[in-house]
Design a binder for this molecule. Structure first.
Ligand code: TRP
Length: 503
């Protein structure tokens, strides 16, 4: 998620003495997120239905949630039930793949623009971890230190790299399973030797995209630096499983990329402002020499800042958010002093008129973290009736948020440099997928053989494991193949190590 600058004073001013209207429309793109402002200069709530309509995404509805529960056997996460993740693209196709026992790649990321993460940053990762637990699939997390360096005038390369390492530790604290998770920092992975297929994908994708396309998607101009123009290709091809052959024990030093991996679908949970990147990959992935399906997306709203609707959590404003490094007394103070309240001015008025939980930040935060729907509805009802007071809502919120931050900090204390290195080591991952069906193991080194046989290639493109004759492999053949892949992988690793030692 982006870290927008704090709201300007002008945007917050209520006085409207000039005759010109101060109204502006909402702006949502990967580098700038601003809520609309009305003619009096008041910041409005984000209009998520409008952005979904404008970008032609699907709103998450009851039907898709019911199917999610049927297919996965898991009750949808409260952030799906309550619409924090409110929109998607092709979630139904991911569920189809899961039902058939096919692998898919889970992919998310973060631009490390500061070393302090707040709850607005952790929530997408909490959600991704839940998806990893539910689907039991491989996950890649991309930390784009290169992106932040290119887009932020003031940041130095060493500095963003350090942010990326700190952020990676924060992300690990959320509880990802190291066996199923590969975390990488761009500047490191792109120089590691394991990135050959990623790089080949990048160059090929760069060739498909014109300056006009990126200008249209991101508003770049002639004076935009060329690194920014090109960066999008990296965030895009990061959604191709063929960029990470080692995860599937496929060779990474060969020139040829894997057709079966290219045909593997990807699911990307992200904030809605990242959608322009992924529209670019969805529009062009079929044009790759080894075509990839369009990645599926799950879009989140922006979390409410402590100051309330339209405000944004910002790393540069300590009072705009609960930071994961806050002490218990800081959490308490921030909520008591800075959280926007939907309660009435006085106790008497509150008892008489009741409060409005929909604009009450402590209640909003409780709705992010309290899993019990009934308990939450109880608080809202009591607040509306004036039975529950602002101070009481804040107290519940302080208890909840203190526990969340403490759990995070306890986890963070265990993330050593060694743990970090293990997550960032390019290696085969282990997962099971849907326990109810047999996993369709991919023949990830099939291309030459399958490519020569028309039907073999077709089966390969569908992601099935096929033999030299183009027929699906038997179980024994598959076992043999996996063993072979393991040996190839070891060989390749040895060769890489030897090459590194010689260099
Ligand atoms: N561009 C994102 C940011 O600035 C980082 C990112 C890279 C990302 N890949 C992603 C975010 C995939 C979500 C999903 O934060």
């Amino acid at each position: 998620m982006t870290d927008p600058e704090p709201l300007s004073v002008a945007a917050l001013s209520v006085a409207d003495t000039e005759s010109v209207s101060k109204a502006t429309e909402q702006e949502i793109n990967p580098w700038d997120v601003q809520a609309a402002v009305d003619e009096h200069g008041n910041v409005k709530q984000f209009d998520y239905a409008a952005i979904s309509q404008k970008w032609n995404t699907k709103l998450i509805d009851q039907a898709v949630l019911e199917r999610f529960e049927r297919v996965t056997g898991h009750k949808p996460h409260r952030w799906l039930r309550r619409g924090l993740f409110f929109s998607h693209r092709d979630l139904d196709l991911i569920l189809d793949d899961y039902e058939r026992g096919e692998d898919f790649l889970l992919y998310t990321g973060r631009g490390p623009s500061s070393d302090s993460m707040h709850i607005g940053h952790t929530i997408p990762f909490e959600f991704t971890k839940w998806l990893q637990d539910v689907f039991d699939v491989p996950l890649v997390i991309m930390l784009t230190d290169d992106e932040k360096f290119l887009f932020k005038e003031k940041l130095k390369q060493e500095e963003v790299y350090k942010f990326a390492r700190d952020n990676a530790k924060d992300i690990i604290s959320i509880g990802f399973d190291v066996k199923k998770t590969f975390i990488y920092i761009d500047s490191e992975f792109f120089t590691s030797g394991y990135n050959r297929h990623f790089s080949l994908n990048t160059t090929e994708f760069e060739k498909l995209i014109t300056n006009n396309q990126v200008r249209g998607a991101f508003g770049f101009k002639g004076e935009t630096n060329i690194g920014s123009n090109a960066f999008a290709a990296k965030q895009c091809v990061a959604a191709f499983a063929s960029s990470y052959p080692f995860i599937w024990s496929a060779p990474h030093t060969t020139y040829t990329r894997s057709r079966a991996l290219a045909s593997t679908r990807c699911l990307i949970p992200c904030a809605i402002d990242q959608d322009p990147y992924f529209r670019l990959v969805r529009d062009n992935c079929a044009r790759m020499s080894l075509p990839s399906p369009k990645p599926a997306l799950l879009h989140s709203k922006f979390l409410t800042a402590l100051q309330g609707a339209g405000g944004k959590m910002s790393a540069s404003d300590p009072n705009s958010a609960i930071f994961m490094s806050d002490t218990a007394s800081q959490v308490k103070n921030k909520i008591n002093k800075h959280a926007f309240s939907g309660g009435q001015e006085t106790l008497e008025l509150h008892r008489e008129l009741g409060g409005d939980p929909d604009i009450d930040v402590p209640y909003q935060y409780l709705s992010y973290f309290e899993d019990d729907d009934e308990k939450l509805a109880g608080w809202a009802a009591a607040y509306r009736k004036g039975e529950m007071l602002t101070g009481e809502m804040k107290k519940e919120c302080v208890t909840m948020m203190t526990a969340y931050v403490k759990k995070f900090q306890d986890g963070r204390a265990k993330v050593t440099d060694e743990v970090l290195e293990e997550f960032m080591r390019p290696r085969p991952l282990e997962w099971r997928g849907n326990p109810k069906v047999e996993r369709k193991v991919k023949n990830v080194v099939e291309e030459e053989a399958a490519g020569k046989k028309a039907d073999g290639a077709a089966a390969g493109a569908a992601g099935e494991a096929v033999g030299e004759d183009g027929k699906p492999l038997t179980k024994n053949q598959l076992k043999k193949l996996l063993k072979q892949q393991e040996i190839e992988k070891k060989k390749a690793e040895k060769a890489a190590a030897a090459a590194a030692a010689a260099a």
